[in-house]
Design a protein. Structure first.
Length: 468
Protein backbone atom coordinates (compact mmCIF):
# COMPACT_ATOMS: atom_id res chain seq x y z
CA UNK A 1 0.00 0.00 0.00
CA UNK A 2 1.11 3.58 -0.64
CA UNK A 3 2.58 5.49 2.24
CA UNK A 4 0.67 8.69 1.43
CA UNK A 5 -3.07 8.06 1.72
CA UNK A 6 -4.11 11.71 1.38
CA UNK A 7 -5.72 12.44 -2.01
CA UNK A 8 -3.96 15.04 -4.14
CA UNK A 9 -5.07 17.00 -7.18
CA UNK A 10 -2.17 16.21 -9.49
CA UNK A 11 0.29 13.33 -9.41
CA UNK A 12 3.58 13.83 -11.26
CA UNK A 13 5.37 10.64 -12.34
CA UNK A 14 9.15 10.86 -12.85
CA UNK A 15 10.83 7.57 -13.66
CA UNK A 16 13.94 8.15 -11.61
CA UNK A 17 14.92 8.23 -7.97
CA UNK A 18 13.61 11.49 -6.52
CA UNK A 19 16.87 11.94 -4.65
CA UNK A 20 18.61 12.32 -8.04
CA UNK A 21 18.15 14.67 -10.94
CA UNK A 22 17.83 14.76 -14.72
CA UNK A 23 16.20 16.85 -17.43
CA UNK A 24 12.68 15.51 -17.01
CA UNK A 25 13.10 15.33 -13.22
CA UNK A 26 13.69 19.08 -13.25
CA UNK A 27 10.62 19.56 -15.43
CA UNK A 28 8.50 17.35 -13.17
CA UNK A 29 9.46 19.27 -10.06
CA UNK A 30 8.86 22.54 -11.89
CA UNK A 31 5.37 21.45 -12.85
CA UNK A 32 4.60 20.32 -9.30
CA UNK A 33 5.77 23.62 -7.83
CA UNK A 34 3.70 25.62 -10.33
CA UNK A 35 0.62 23.50 -9.62
CA UNK A 36 0.94 24.22 -5.92
CA UNK A 37 1.23 27.94 -6.55
CA UNK A 38 -1.94 27.67 -8.60
CA UNK A 39 -3.71 26.18 -5.58
CA UNK A 40 -3.45 22.48 -6.55
CA UNK A 41 -2.03 19.87 -4.20
CA UNK A 42 0.60 17.60 -5.73
CA UNK A 43 2.34 14.28 -5.16
CA UNK A 44 5.61 13.60 -6.96
CA UNK A 45 6.27 9.92 -7.62
CA UNK A 46 9.66 8.46 -8.49
CA UNK A 47 11.26 5.04 -8.48
CA UNK A 48 13.97 3.51 -6.32
CA UNK A 49 15.13 0.26 -4.77
CA UNK A 50 12.22 0.29 -2.32
CA UNK A 51 9.06 2.14 -1.42
CA UNK A 52 9.89 5.22 0.60
CA UNK A 53 8.19 8.45 1.57
CA UNK A 54 10.67 11.30 1.09
CA UNK A 55 10.87 14.75 2.66
CA UNK A 56 8.72 17.34 0.93
CA UNK A 57 10.48 19.42 -1.70
CA UNK A 58 11.18 23.16 -1.38
CA UNK A 59 7.70 23.91 -2.76
CA UNK A 60 6.03 21.60 -0.23
CA UNK A 61 5.05 18.84 -2.69
CA UNK A 62 4.72 15.39 -1.15
CA UNK A 63 7.27 12.94 -2.60
CA UNK A 64 7.25 9.16 -2.74
CA UNK A 65 9.53 6.60 -4.41
CA UNK A 66 8.03 3.31 -5.59
CA UNK A 67 10.06 0.16 -6.03
CA UNK A 68 10.96 -1.16 -9.48
CA UNK A 69 13.16 -4.02 -8.31
CA UNK A 70 13.04 -6.94 -10.76
CA UNK A 71 10.53 -9.66 -10.00
CA UNK A 72 12.12 -13.00 -8.99
CA UNK A 73 13.11 -15.07 -12.02
CA UNK A 74 11.98 -12.29 -14.39
CA UNK A 75 14.94 -9.93 -14.29
CA UNK A 76 15.86 -10.73 -17.89
CA UNK A 77 12.52 -9.31 -19.06
CA UNK A 78 12.37 -6.60 -16.44
CA UNK A 79 11.46 -3.70 -18.75
CA UNK A 80 8.42 -5.64 -19.91
CA UNK A 81 7.24 -5.87 -16.28
CA UNK A 82 7.81 -2.28 -15.08
CA UNK A 83 4.31 -0.89 -15.90
CA UNK A 84 2.66 -3.82 -14.10
CA UNK A 85 4.99 -3.44 -11.08
CA UNK A 86 4.19 0.28 -10.80
CA UNK A 87 0.43 -0.17 -11.40
CA UNK A 88 0.17 -2.68 -8.57
CA UNK A 89 1.70 -0.16 -6.16
CA UNK A 90 -0.30 2.80 -7.49
CA UNK A 91 -3.52 1.03 -6.54
CA UNK A 92 -2.46 1.50 -2.92
CA UNK A 93 -2.83 5.28 -3.36
CA UNK A 94 -6.08 7.20 -3.74
CA UNK A 95 -6.46 8.35 -7.37
CA UNK A 96 -5.60 11.98 -8.21
CA UNK A 97 -8.54 14.36 -8.28
CA UNK A 98 -7.47 16.21 -11.45
CA UNK A 99 -4.88 14.30 -13.48
CA UNK A 100 -1.80 12.14 -13.54
CA UNK A 101 1.02 13.95 -15.36
CA UNK A 102 3.63 11.48 -16.55
CA UNK A 103 7.12 12.26 -17.78
CA UNK A 104 7.87 8.75 -19.03
CA UNK A 105 6.06 5.92 -20.83
CA UNK A 106 6.23 3.47 -17.92
CA UNK A 107 4.31 5.81 -15.61
CA UNK A 108 1.80 6.54 -18.38
CA UNK A 109 0.92 2.88 -18.87
CA UNK A 110 0.98 2.14 -15.12
CA UNK A 111 -1.34 5.05 -14.24
CA UNK A 112 -3.86 4.08 -16.89
CA UNK A 113 -3.84 0.48 -15.66
CA UNK A 114 -4.31 1.54 -12.04
CA UNK A 115 -6.98 4.18 -12.66
CA UNK A 116 -8.64 3.78 -16.09
CA UNK A 117 -11.00 6.74 -15.54
CA UNK A 118 -8.35 9.25 -14.39
CA UNK A 119 -7.03 11.60 -17.13
CA UNK A 120 -3.42 10.56 -17.81
CA UNK A 121 -1.31 13.20 -19.55
CA UNK A 122 1.98 12.12 -21.10
CA UNK A 123 4.36 15.10 -21.11
CA UNK A 124 6.72 13.97 -23.84
CA UNK A 125 10.46 14.17 -23.12
CA UNK A 126 11.77 11.76 -25.76
CA UNK A 127 11.78 8.19 -27.00
CA UNK A 128 14.40 5.78 -25.73
CA UNK A 129 13.97 3.74 -28.89
CA UNK A 130 15.39 6.73 -30.77
CA UNK A 131 17.70 7.98 -28.04
CA UNK A 132 19.33 4.67 -27.08
CA UNK A 133 21.31 3.99 -30.27
CA UNK A 134 22.73 7.53 -30.21
CA UNK A 135 23.76 7.47 -26.56
CA UNK A 136 24.94 3.92 -25.89
CA UNK A 137 28.69 3.82 -25.10
CA UNK A 138 30.78 2.60 -28.03
CA UNK A 139 32.35 -0.16 -25.96
CA UNK A 140 29.06 -1.63 -24.77
CA UNK A 141 28.08 -4.90 -26.42
CA UNK A 142 24.49 -5.22 -27.57
CA UNK A 143 23.71 -8.61 -26.07
CA UNK A 144 20.61 -10.70 -26.67
CA UNK A 145 19.17 -9.73 -23.30
CA UNK A 146 19.92 -6.08 -23.91
CA UNK A 147 17.89 -6.38 -27.11
CA UNK A 148 15.07 -7.96 -25.11
CA UNK A 149 15.22 -5.05 -22.63
CA UNK A 150 15.17 -2.53 -25.48
CA UNK A 151 12.16 -4.29 -27.00
CA UNK A 152 10.32 -3.98 -23.68
CA UNK A 153 11.00 -0.26 -23.66
CA UNK A 154 9.74 0.16 -27.23
CA UNK A 155 6.59 -1.78 -26.35
CA UNK A 156 5.96 0.50 -23.34
CA UNK A 157 6.49 3.59 -25.50
CA UNK A 158 4.02 2.45 -28.16
CA UNK A 159 1.45 1.54 -25.52
CA UNK A 160 1.90 4.83 -23.66
CA UNK A 161 1.39 6.81 -26.86
CA UNK A 162 -1.78 4.82 -27.51
CA UNK A 163 -3.42 4.92 -24.05
CA UNK A 164 -2.54 8.42 -22.86
CA UNK A 165 -5.57 10.71 -22.85
CA UNK A 166 -3.41 13.54 -24.13
CA UNK A 167 0.24 13.75 -25.21
CA UNK A 168 1.74 17.16 -24.53
CA UNK A 169 4.81 17.90 -26.67
CA UNK A 170 7.16 20.89 -26.85
CA UNK A 171 7.11 21.45 -30.64
CA UNK A 172 5.65 20.13 -33.89
CA UNK A 173 8.90 18.24 -34.56
CA UNK A 174 8.11 16.04 -31.57
CA UNK A 175 4.66 15.27 -32.98
CA UNK A 176 6.29 13.82 -36.07
CA UNK A 177 8.73 11.79 -33.96
CA UNK A 178 5.81 10.32 -32.03
CA UNK A 179 3.61 9.59 -35.05
CA UNK A 180 6.48 7.70 -36.71
CA UNK A 181 6.32 5.25 -33.79
CA UNK A 182 2.58 5.28 -33.06
CA UNK A 183 0.45 6.72 -35.92
CA UNK A 184 -2.69 6.57 -33.76
CA UNK A 185 -1.19 9.17 -31.41
CA UNK A 186 -1.67 12.14 -33.75
CA UNK A 187 -5.31 12.64 -32.76
CA UNK A 188 -4.52 13.27 -29.09
CA UNK A 189 -1.21 15.13 -29.35
CA UNK A 190 -0.97 18.80 -28.43
CA UNK A 191 1.88 21.32 -28.46
CA UNK A 192 2.59 22.50 -24.91
CA UNK A 193 6.16 23.48 -23.99
CA UNK A 194 7.32 23.01 -20.41
CA UNK A 195 8.28 26.04 -18.41
CA UNK A 196 11.79 26.51 -17.12
CA UNK A 197 13.57 28.00 -14.15
CA UNK A 198 13.98 31.75 -14.41
CA UNK A 199 17.37 32.65 -13.04
CA UNK A 200 18.06 36.09 -11.72
CA UNK A 201 21.41 37.37 -12.97
CA UNK A 202 23.13 39.14 -10.11
CA UNK A 203 25.22 42.26 -10.64
CA UNK A 204 28.90 41.50 -10.31
CA UNK A 205 28.74 37.79 -11.20
CA UNK A 206 29.76 38.34 -14.80
CA UNK A 207 32.94 40.22 -14.07
CA UNK A 208 33.93 38.08 -11.09
CA UNK A 209 33.57 34.74 -12.89
CA UNK A 210 35.22 35.94 -16.07
CA UNK A 211 38.16 37.22 -14.07
CA UNK A 212 38.32 33.79 -12.41
CA UNK A 213 38.96 32.32 -15.89
CA UNK A 214 41.35 35.07 -16.88
CA UNK A 215 39.01 36.48 -19.53
CA UNK A 216 38.91 40.03 -20.81
CA UNK A 217 35.95 42.01 -22.08
CA UNK A 218 37.06 41.16 -25.62
CA UNK A 219 36.78 37.40 -25.07
CA UNK A 220 33.60 35.56 -26.10
CA UNK A 221 32.70 32.88 -23.56
CA UNK A 222 30.76 29.90 -24.94
CA UNK A 223 28.97 27.78 -22.33
CA UNK A 224 28.18 24.06 -22.53
CA UNK A 225 26.38 22.27 -19.72
CA UNK A 226 25.54 18.63 -18.97
CA UNK A 227 27.08 15.21 -18.59
CA UNK A 228 30.41 14.63 -20.30
CA UNK A 229 29.28 11.60 -22.28
CA UNK A 230 28.69 10.32 -25.77
CA UNK A 231 25.30 11.95 -26.22
CA UNK A 232 26.26 15.46 -25.14
CA UNK A 233 29.31 15.11 -27.41
CA UNK A 234 31.23 18.12 -26.12
CA UNK A 235 34.20 16.92 -28.19
CA UNK A 236 32.44 18.40 -31.22
CA UNK A 237 32.60 21.90 -29.73
CA UNK A 238 36.25 21.42 -28.75
CA UNK A 239 37.20 20.34 -32.28
CA UNK A 240 35.25 23.22 -33.82
CA UNK A 241 36.98 25.68 -31.49
CA UNK A 242 40.14 25.25 -33.55
CA UNK A 243 38.32 26.92 -36.47
CA UNK A 244 36.79 29.61 -34.30
CA UNK A 245 38.05 33.14 -33.77
CA UNK A 246 40.77 33.17 -31.09
CA UNK A 247 38.55 35.32 -28.90
CA UNK A 248 36.21 32.35 -28.49
CA UNK A 249 36.63 30.43 -25.22
CA UNK A 250 34.74 27.34 -23.97
CA UNK A 251 33.49 26.68 -20.44
CA UNK A 252 32.16 23.15 -19.83
CA UNK A 253 29.98 22.67 -16.75
CA UNK A 254 29.49 19.08 -15.63
CA UNK A 255 31.31 15.80 -15.13
CA UNK A 256 30.86 12.36 -16.60
CA UNK A 257 32.58 9.31 -18.07
CA UNK A 258 34.07 11.14 -21.04
CA UNK A 259 35.65 14.05 -19.19
CA UNK A 260 39.18 12.51 -19.19
CA UNK A 261 38.88 11.97 -22.95
CA UNK A 262 37.77 15.55 -23.46
CA UNK A 263 40.69 16.86 -21.42
CA UNK A 264 43.11 14.73 -23.46
CA UNK A 265 41.59 16.00 -26.70
CA UNK A 266 41.98 19.57 -25.50
CA UNK A 267 45.67 19.00 -24.83
CA UNK A 268 46.21 17.23 -28.16
CA UNK A 269 44.66 20.13 -30.06
CA UNK A 270 46.67 22.72 -28.13
CA UNK A 271 43.55 24.40 -26.74
CA UNK A 272 44.25 24.19 -23.02
CA UNK A 273 44.21 27.97 -22.66
CA UNK A 274 40.83 28.21 -24.43
CA UNK A 275 38.83 25.37 -22.81
CA UNK A 276 37.84 25.47 -19.14
CA UNK A 277 36.46 22.38 -17.36
CA UNK A 278 34.43 23.67 -14.43
CA UNK A 279 32.95 20.39 -13.18
CA UNK A 280 29.79 20.72 -11.17
CA UNK A 281 28.89 24.19 -10.02
CA UNK A 282 26.61 25.04 -7.08
CA UNK A 283 24.99 27.99 -8.83
CA UNK A 284 24.67 28.12 -12.60
CA UNK A 285 23.04 31.57 -12.67
CA UNK A 286 26.41 33.28 -12.40
CA UNK A 287 27.72 31.36 -15.38
CA UNK A 288 24.76 32.38 -17.51
CA UNK A 289 25.72 35.93 -16.60
CA UNK A 290 29.37 35.31 -17.46
CA UNK A 291 28.61 33.63 -20.81
CA UNK A 292 28.24 35.39 -24.16
CA UNK A 293 26.52 32.41 -25.81
CA UNK A 294 25.27 28.91 -24.99
CA UNK A 295 25.68 25.91 -27.28
CA UNK A 296 24.21 22.40 -27.62
CA UNK A 297 26.15 19.65 -29.39
CA UNK A 298 23.93 16.72 -28.40
CA UNK A 299 22.80 13.93 -30.67
CA UNK A 300 19.51 13.63 -28.76
CA UNK A 301 18.17 16.56 -26.75
CA UNK A 302 14.49 17.09 -27.31
CA UNK A 303 13.99 20.40 -25.49
CA UNK A 304 17.09 21.04 -23.36
CA UNK A 305 16.62 22.93 -20.11
CA UNK A 306 19.98 24.65 -20.43
CA UNK A 307 18.99 26.19 -23.77
CA UNK A 308 15.62 27.37 -22.43
CA UNK A 309 17.27 28.85 -19.33
CA UNK A 310 19.92 30.59 -21.41
CA UNK A 311 17.18 32.16 -23.52
CA UNK A 312 15.41 33.38 -20.39
CA UNK A 313 18.71 35.02 -19.43
CA UNK A 314 18.99 36.77 -22.80
CA UNK A 315 21.95 34.75 -24.06
CA UNK A 316 22.14 33.81 -27.76
CA UNK A 317 21.90 30.06 -28.30
CA UNK A 318 23.29 27.76 -30.98
CA UNK A 319 21.82 24.27 -31.49
CA UNK A 320 22.15 21.45 -34.06
CA UNK A 321 19.60 21.10 -36.82
CA UNK A 322 16.87 18.52 -36.24
CA UNK A 323 17.86 15.73 -38.63
CA UNK A 324 16.33 12.39 -37.56
CA UNK A 325 17.37 9.65 -37.23
CA UNK A 326 20.90 11.06 -36.88
CA UNK A 327 20.13 14.14 -34.77
CA UNK A 328 17.06 14.84 -32.63
CA UNK A 329 16.90 18.51 -31.68
CA UNK A 330 13.25 19.52 -31.82
CA UNK A 331 13.93 22.94 -30.34
CA UNK A 332 15.91 23.90 -33.46
CA UNK A 333 12.73 24.10 -35.54
CA UNK A 334 11.17 26.51 -33.07
CA UNK A 335 14.30 28.67 -32.98
CA UNK A 336 14.49 28.74 -36.76
CA UNK A 337 10.82 29.66 -37.21
CA UNK A 338 11.01 32.41 -34.59
CA UNK A 339 14.50 33.58 -35.63
CA UNK A 340 15.43 33.29 -31.97
CA UNK A 341 18.66 31.29 -32.21
CA UNK A 342 21.26 29.92 -34.60
CA UNK A 343 21.10 26.41 -36.07
CA UNK A 344 24.00 24.46 -37.55
CA UNK A 345 24.38 21.18 -39.42
CA UNK A 346 25.86 18.74 -36.91
CA UNK A 347 27.18 16.54 -39.74
CA UNK A 348 29.09 19.31 -41.56
CA UNK A 349 32.61 20.05 -40.28
CA UNK A 350 33.07 23.74 -39.59
CA UNK A 351 29.33 24.53 -39.44
CA UNK A 352 29.31 25.21 -35.68
CA UNK A 353 32.51 27.27 -35.93
CA UNK A 354 30.89 29.36 -38.66
CA UNK A 355 27.93 30.23 -36.47
CA UNK A 356 30.14 31.01 -33.48
CA UNK A 357 32.34 33.24 -35.61
CA UNK A 358 29.24 35.14 -36.71
CA UNK A 359 28.36 35.86 -33.08
CA UNK A 360 31.92 36.80 -32.12
CA UNK A 361 32.36 39.14 -35.07
CA UNK A 362 29.00 40.86 -34.74
CA UNK A 363 28.20 41.82 -31.17
CA UNK A 364 25.09 43.72 -32.22
CA UNK A 365 23.67 40.62 -33.94
CA UNK A 366 24.47 38.50 -30.88
CA UNK A 367 22.62 40.97 -28.63
CA UNK A 368 19.61 41.09 -30.94
CA UNK A 369 19.51 37.29 -31.10
CA UNK A 370 19.66 37.08 -27.30
CA UNK A 371 16.83 39.61 -27.00
CA UNK A 372 14.62 37.69 -29.45
CA UNK A 373 15.33 34.44 -27.60
CA UNK A 374 14.46 36.06 -24.29
CA UNK A 375 11.18 37.41 -25.68
CA UNK A 376 10.31 33.94 -26.99
CA UNK A 377 11.14 32.32 -23.65
CA UNK A 378 8.99 34.83 -21.78
CA UNK A 379 6.14 34.06 -24.17
CA UNK A 380 6.38 30.25 -24.29
CA UNK A 381 8.46 28.78 -21.44
CA UNK A 382 6.22 29.76 -18.56
CA UNK A 383 5.10 27.40 -15.84
CA UNK A 384 1.82 29.28 -15.50
CA UNK A 385 0.97 28.33 -19.08
CA UNK A 386 2.11 24.76 -18.45
CA UNK A 387 -0.28 24.42 -15.49
CA UNK A 388 -3.16 25.92 -17.44
CA UNK A 389 -2.58 23.64 -20.42
CA UNK A 390 -2.19 20.61 -18.16
CA UNK A 391 -5.48 21.28 -16.39
CA UNK A 392 -7.25 22.13 -19.64
CA UNK A 393 -6.07 18.87 -21.21
CA UNK A 394 -7.55 17.07 -18.20
CA UNK A 395 -10.84 18.95 -18.56
CA UNK A 396 -10.31 20.95 -15.38
CA UNK A 397 -9.35 24.47 -14.34
CA UNK A 398 -6.66 25.43 -11.83
CA UNK A 399 -7.89 27.33 -8.81
CA UNK A 400 -6.38 29.22 -5.95
CA UNK A 401 -4.46 32.45 -5.48
CA UNK A 402 -2.85 34.13 -8.46
CA UNK A 403 0.87 33.39 -8.24
CA UNK A 404 3.84 35.43 -9.32
CA UNK A 405 4.58 35.70 -13.04
CA UNK A 406 6.30 32.75 -14.59
CA UNK A 407 5.56 30.36 -11.74
CA UNK A 408 1.86 29.58 -12.04
CA UNK A 409 -1.26 31.21 -13.38
CA UNK A 410 -4.77 32.38 -12.71
CA UNK A 411 -7.80 30.38 -13.82
CA UNK A 412 -8.01 30.02 -17.64
CA UNK A 413 -10.77 31.55 -19.68
CA UNK A 414 -13.96 29.65 -20.36
CA UNK A 415 -12.79 28.85 -23.88
CA UNK A 416 -9.77 27.03 -22.41
CA UNK A 417 -11.81 24.99 -19.93
CA UNK A 418 -13.56 21.71 -20.53
CA UNK A 419 -15.89 19.47 -18.64
CA UNK A 420 -15.17 15.82 -18.14
CA UNK A 421 -12.10 13.81 -19.14
CA UNK A 422 -10.49 14.62 -22.50
CA UNK A 423 -10.97 11.15 -23.96
CA UNK A 424 -9.97 10.94 -27.61
CA UNK A 425 -11.27 14.29 -28.83
CA UNK A 426 -9.09 16.26 -31.20
CA UNK A 427 -6.46 18.33 -29.37
CA UNK A 428 -7.19 21.95 -28.69
CA UNK A 429 -5.17 24.67 -30.33
CA UNK A 430 -1.78 25.31 -28.83
CA UNK A 431 -1.91 28.15 -26.33
CA UNK A 432 -1.33 31.38 -28.20
CA UNK A 433 1.60 32.68 -26.19
CA UNK A 434 3.07 32.17 -29.51
CA UNK A 435 12.62 20.82 -25.05
CA UNK A 436 26.18 9.74 -15.38
CA UNK A 437 25.32 9.24 -12.10
CA UNK A 438 22.16 10.88 -11.25
CA UNK A 439 18.88 9.11 -11.90
CA UNK A 440 16.57 10.33 -14.65
CA UNK A 441 13.20 9.44 -16.08
CA UNK A 442 14.56 6.94 -18.58
CA UNK A 443 16.24 4.87 -15.89
CA UNK A 444 13.36 2.42 -16.00
CA UNK A 445 14.22 1.49 -19.56
CA UNK A 446 17.65 0.36 -18.49
CA UNK A 447 17.08 -0.33 -14.84
CA UNK A 448 20.15 -0.95 -12.75
CA UNK A 449 20.39 -4.32 -11.12
CA UNK A 450 20.22 -6.72 -14.07
CA UNK A 451 22.85 -9.39 -13.43
CA UNK A 452 24.03 -9.34 -17.04
CA UNK A 453 24.84 -5.64 -16.82
CA UNK A 454 22.26 -4.67 -19.41
CA UNK A 455 21.43 -1.55 -17.45
CA UNK A 456 23.02 1.44 -19.15
CA UNK A 457 22.61 5.01 -17.95
CA UNK A 458 22.33 7.41 -20.85
CA UNK A 459 22.14 11.17 -21.08
CA UNK A 460 19.55 12.86 -23.18
CA UNK A 461 17.10 15.49 -22.10
CA UNK A 462 14.87 12.72 -20.84
CA UNK A 463 17.57 10.72 -19.12
CA UNK A 464 20.20 10.80 -16.39
CA UNK A 465 22.60 13.67 -16.81
CA UNK A 466 25.19 15.43 -14.74
CA UNK A 467 22.76 18.24 -14.20
CA UNK A 468 19.96 18.03 -16.74
Amino acid sequence: MGGDQVPHDVYVGCHGDLTGWGGAMIAGRGLAAACREAGLTTLILGVGDRQASLPAGPDGSASFNLSVNPLPLLWRVHTWCIPRILARQLRGFPPPRVAFASFCPFWTVAAKRAWPHVPVLFRFCGLLSNCGPLTRPHDQKLTLWKRVADAGTRAAERQALRVADRILVPTREHVEEIVAVQPKARGHTQESPDGCHQYELRPGDRRALREQLGLTDADFLILLCGSCDRNKAFDHAIRELGQTDARGKLAIIGDGPDRPKLERLTRQLGLVDRVHFLGRVPDIAGWYAAADGVVSTSFYDTFPNVIKEAMWCGRPVVVPRHDPPRIYAGISGLLRRERAGLVYDRQTPGALAEQLNELIANGKHASELGARGQALAERLFRWDDTVRQTCSAAGRSPSGPTPSAGAATATPSASESRSGPPGRSAPSETHGRAESEASGPCRGANVAGSPDGSATPISCDCAPADRR
